[in-house]
Write a protein that binds this ligand. Structure first.
Ligand SMILES: C=C(O[C@@H]1C=C(C(=O)O)C=C[C@H]1O)C(=O)O
Ligand SMILES: NC(=O)CC[C@H](N)C(=O)O
Length: 748
């Protein structure tokens, strides 16, 4: 019998951990090819006809119930396929539940649900658990099965939940058919012993079954390939295409005396009528700050989900580029490929390229979730993608006080020299810090703050928890918008001055300022979403945050560590997102994903945060892999950030749409750059505020222009089954206050 390159079919139930399971299968089963399909992709007739070509099937986890057809798809019928189509099947969580109930078990809700929690699993050490010692496994479930005595299903392992749920079945097998399943998650990063070895044992049992049956998997056919698609990970990522070439001119200045803010001022940041972009490392561990020297003639790109076209503008001209059958990402890829550079300084992270923000709803498009059209929105939706192509830039390395002036334009020496001269002059000790005067009063009267309604927010927390208890989601990041109405002293408000306040009030490693019509975004984000280094050895890093504690007198690091890293609830919240992000990254890069830091407590100006770090990449050993667009592919396929949705991502986003009043817009999206060398760095839009400049002005009762303007701050937090509504409300307010203070506001 030949099992040299077995094919495995993984049936995904729209979960956010499936690629982790695929990666575990590839680790446990030598040379395997994994083909992934959705549980509603094929009919049972199609499935039955192709099953014999697979050596085994893995039925993955997922939201919802094995009794609900929309949740479980074709899976229930899989357990009943005729003998000649039968193949060994391994189920995980929802997969176990479906197997058990199809053969007579009862499905029940847990009294105390287990999401991201680790349990000791007791087993008999044989079969699926042969050679396995003490097993500690991560659980993500609200439902569980109660088996019939002497039924077709035999229990193999249990967790003892004591007074909470009693003994809960953790693994089963069918007595006569080649079906095995686990209730816990073998693919979770925190499952020890019960992961790799259990899959290896499954594979051993499957091969024994084949030997006993005296048959082999049937030969692979092209027809099957066209039904299930290529195996994961796919190569190449993106077809080869012609690269255009631009050249980067760089000059270096050593300027110890000139702060980033002063450079921005010299470049016209305070002129509110012109565009401006800044990505600032305003606190540790940030090192580089990037200033885009843009003006009215810079090329701007914007896109609104569903519009079917990209809007390009330069100066007063604008034109539309229909996307046709392409999505916006393929368009951007082609755009960037035709502007590839390779001759900037390798250690400078940005040479020029696209800078701006991608709103939350852009990610919904990737998830194929329709954007809701909300009642009461009088003007059209704002762009979900708002970028400028930066050809001239200044990068400041705060560690060694080096300033790089860069241009992608040909024959731009005049600008380079003039800029160098201005900066050198301004950095003399006499002129240094000349722009940092006392704060300027910005508003003629105290701003009015419209907080979310506390009762409504808490009610939504309860509703979120009902979804969690029903098994629809494992974690939901609930958020709300706060609006601040201001009457500016000068019209419009100096958003640049507001940004100065923000970076003082809440210095953050991933800060940013974007004046990109029609919107202005100020951010003091502590959270890197995704950075990717330049090809050919493109590596990706994601730094999700889950777990927030307000800084207060007397709360020192040890307290924060106990409250966060020492707290089961907080670690579970973080772990769920770590597993989700591993899945997102595995989905694009393949096997090479690892957790470099798990649940470390980091200190910020107003809060303590618990941060994990996940890294991955794809080596370019194989010539057919075009890894030059690896990072941007991860970006496209991982939006919206998992830390802002919860897990599983798709279902959680759908639930959140029913719980929140508004589209999230810029909040919860990402901002950053995509560099002409192929690198990028994107932060999560949190601890930020934004304003739209295209609002028509109201006229008051006396016929005067109503000169108010409205700023928006989004804030929220992860809701789990263990959440307490009062504490979650406080946590949301804590996050809100990290920005609200810049308005010196009084609440209404
Ligand atoms: C939702 C926010 O933050 C997110 C939620 C966090 C949490 O639940 O602890 C922490 C950081 C962010 O991923 C926010 O700041 O508005
Ligand atoms: N992880 C899962 O597959 C969960 C299954 C099911 N939705 C439950 O909550 O029990």
């Amino acid at each position: 019998m030949s099992f040299s390159s077995p094919r495995i079919l993984l049936i995904d139930s729209h979960d956010s951990f499936s690629y982790n399971l695929a990666a575990l299968c590839r680790k446990s089963i030598p040379d395997t090819h994994i083909h992934i399909i959705q549980n509603n992709q094929l009919s049972i007739e199609q499935l039955t006809s192709i099953l014999p070509q697979f050596a085994a099937v893995v039925v993955g986890p997922g939201p919802g119930s094995p009794k609900v057809p929309e949740d479980i798809g074709v899976i229930p019928q899989l357990w009943k396929v005729p003998c000649h189509s039968l193949v060994p099947i391994f189920g995980v969580c929802l997969g176990l539940q479906s197997l058990a109930i199809e053969f007579g078990a009862h499905l029940k809700r847990l009294d105390v649900v287990k999401h991201g929690q680790i349990s000791r699993v007791d087993h008999n050490g044989t079969g699926l658990f042969k050679g396995i010692d003490e097993t500690h496994a991560v659980r993500y479930h609200s439902l569980h099965v109660v088996l019939q005595d002497d039924g077709d299903i035999e229990p193999l392992a249990w967790a003892d939940d004591g007074a909470e749920n009693g003994q809960v079945v953790m693994a089963i097998k069918h007595r006569t058919k080649p079906f095995w399943a686990v209730q816990y998650h073998p693919e979770s990063v925190r499952t020890s012993e019960g992961g790799l070895q259990v899959l290896q044992n499954f594979w051993r049992l499957a091969k024994t079954w084949y030997a006993f049956q005296g048959r082999n998997p049937q030969p692979w056919s092209d027809a099957t390939l066209s039904l299930v698609g290529p195996s994961w990970p796919q190569t190449p990522l993106i077809g080869h295409s012609q690269f255009g070439v631009v050249s980067v001119t760089t000059s270096t200045l050593h300027l110890p005396n000139i702060p980033v803010m002063d450079i921005c001022n010299l470049l016209g940041a305070s002129d509110e009528s012109a565009p401006f972009v800044l990505l600032e490392s305003a606190a540790q561990p940030g090192r580089y700050s990037i200033i885009g020297c843009v003006d009215h003639d810079s090329l701007k790109l914007s896109y609104t989900v569903g519009a079917g076209q990209i809007r390009l503008s330069r100066g007063s001209e604008h034109w539309l580029q229909p996307l046709g059958r392409d999505d916006v990402w393929s368009w951007l890829t082609t755009f960037m490929q035709s502007r590839r550079a390779s001759d900037g300084f390798p250690h400078v992270p940005f040479w020029g390229g696209l800078v701006g923000y991608l709103g939350y709803e852009l990610g919904l498009e990737s998830l194929q979730i329709p954007v809701m059209h909300r009642k009461g929105i009088s003007h059209g939706r704002r762009p979900d993608l708002n970028l400028v192509f930066v050809e001239r830039s200044i990068v400041v390395d705060s560690l060694v006080d080096e300033v790089y002036i860069q241009s992608l334009k040909t024959d731009d020496n005049k600008w380079m020299e003039e800029t160098a001269r201005i900066l050198a002059k301004a950095s003399t000790p006499l002129s240094a810090t000349s722009f940092c005067g006392p704060p300027i009063p910005l508003f003629v009267q105290p701003p009015i703050v419209h907080l979310p309604y506390e009762e409504v927010y808490k009610l939504r927390i309860q509703k979120a928890k009902e979804h969690l208890l029903a098994g629809d989601s494992y974690e939901l990041c609930l958020t709300a918008h706060t609006h601040i109405t201001v009457r500016p002293r000068q019209n419009p408000t100096s958003s640049w001055e507001l940004y100065r306040r923000l970076r003082r009030h809440n210095p953050a490693p991933y800060s940013g300022y974007f004046r990109l019509y029609p919107s202005i975004l100020l951010s003091s984000s502590p959270e890197r979403f995704l950075s990717f280094s330049r090809p050919p050895q493109s590596r990706c890093q994601l730094r999700p945050i889950k777990g927030t504690v307000r800084k207060a007198p007397g709360i020192v690091r040890e307290d924060a560590e106990e409250l966060l890293a020492g707290c089961k609830k907080e670690v579970a919240e973080n772990l769920m997102i770590v597993d989700l992000i591993r899945h997102d990254l595995h989905g694009v890069v393949g096997d090479d994903v690892s957790v470099k830091q798990f649940c470390r407590v980091e200190e910020y100006e107003t809060v303590w945060q618990m941060v994990s770090v996940i890294e991955g990449g794809r080596s370019v050993t194989s010539l057919d892999v075009d890894s030059s667009m690896l990072g941007s592919e991860v970006l496209k396929r991982s939006l919206p950030p998992g830390s802002m949705t919860g897990a599983p991502k798709k279902r959680s986003v759908e639930i959140l749409q029913t719980l929140e009043d508004n589209n999230r817009g810029i909040y919860s999206g990402v901002f950053g750059y995509w560099d002409v060398g192929g690198g990028g760095d994107w932060s999560v839009v949190i601890r930020s505020c934004f304003k739209h400049d295209d609002q028509p002005r109201d006229i008051d009762v006396d016929g005067n222009d109503d000169e108010t303007e409205t700023w928006t701050i989004g804030a929220g937090g992860a809701i789990t089954a263990l959440s307490d509504p009062d504490s979650e409300w406080d946590e949301m307010i804590t996050k809100l206050q990290s920005v609200l203070g810049i308005f010196e506001a009084t609440s209404s």
